[in-house]
Design a binder for this molecule. Structure first.
Ligand code: AMP
Ligand code: ZN
Length: 207
């Protein structure tokens, strides 16, 4: 699969250019549209992901035009710390679910954005293996790792195309138990059972 196809499969749901604007600018449009906004401060906006891959899926963006994780440097430590503080508020407000926060190693959409996503991964928009692996493998770089790397090294290294491709091609495996589905429909059915059976889900291997 070409790099462009792979990127599209993660973030872009349609090839159509809307209002003549390139699809990769969609987050910048959404962060300026009150109906998409969940929370905002002077420097940061949190929007609802338009194609959520779990029951809760937000994107946190800076108002400053930082293009991606690869443009981060030590000057951005303060905005990253503000990300962390808003993240804590969001975790407090959603105590009934487990949330994780991080960045895709190779993002498809413009403007730095941190995913805040519940670990159920139950959503009609979660359709492809690439969607799954982009949140459950090392393709997903946790917030704490990004902050640490920027504090220590002042930059995030670009992931090699070989590693990027192999991570997104990783064999499917449940993120809550050892179940290995044959395909996405099987995995989706299985994930729904984890939600249905709630607290018992870590003890059982549903098939
Ligand atoms: P990434 O692969 O990290 O660039 O992810 C981009 C995210 O943006 C995906 O989770 C998409 O579902 C989401 N997305 C795509 N277009 C929009 C939009 N116009 N508004 C809000 N979220 C979007
Ligand atoms: Zn499972």
């Amino acid at each position: 699969m070409s790099k462009r196809k792979m990127l599209s499969a993660i973030g872009k749901e349609s090839n159509v250019k809307k209002n003549n604007k390139h699809w990769s600018l969609g987050l910048i449009e959404s962060m300026n549209d009150p109906k998409h906004i969940y929370k905002e401060t002077d420097r940061v906006v949190v929007i609802k992901d338009k194609y959520p891959k779990a029951k809760i899926h937000y994107l946190m963006l800076p108002r400053d035009n930082i293009e991606s994780i690869h443009k981060l440097n030590k000057k951005h430590i303060s905005i990253l710390k503000e990300f962390g503080s808003i993240l804590q508020d969001i975790i407090e407000e959603n105590k009934d679910v487990t949330l994780k926060a991080g960045f895709h190693a190779v993002p498809s959409m413009q403007r730095l954005h941190m995913h805040i996503i519940s670990t159920d991964m139950v959503s009609p928009c979660l359709r492809t293996k690439i969607h799954w692996n982009s949140f459950t493998t090392d393709f997903f770089i946790p917030y704490e790792d990004v902050l640490r790397k920027i504090e220590q090294n002042g930059h995030i290294e670009v992931m090699s195309t070989d590693l990027h491709k192999s991570l997104l091609a990783t064999k499917l495996k449940c993120n809550k138990c050892s179940y290995v589905p044959r395909n996405m429909p099987q995995l989706r059915k299985h994930l729904a059972k984890h939600v249905q059976y709630g607290v018992l889900n870590t003890l059982w291997n549903f098939t």
